[in-house]
Design a protein around this ligand. Structure first.
Ligand SMILES: [Zn+2]
Length: 70
């Protein structure tokens, strides 16, 4: 699975999701917001709620866009 922003690769989309939320620089934030999500809301959700809901939401989007990453 590749990061759609910086093209780094991880074995699972969940790890890419963690990378994107963990990196949080402008290009990664803008990509998330561009997917109709809110980077800020996902970050808050992940910080305040138990479980991996934000990572799961993000990992689904990451899987969908894999074919578009060049
Ligand atoms: Zn990245």
């Amino acid at each position: 699975m590749k990061c759609p922003v910086c093209k780094k690769e991880w074995p699972t989309s969940m790890q890419v999701a963690r990378h994107i939320l963990g990196t949080g620089d402008k290009p990664h934030r803008e990509w998330v917001d561009g997917q109709g999500l809110s980077f800020f809301d996902l970050l808050v959700e992940q910080a305040l709620s138990p479980g991996n809901k934000s990572y799961q939401i993000l990992s689904e989007v990451i899987e969908k866009v894999q074919a578009e990453i060049r």
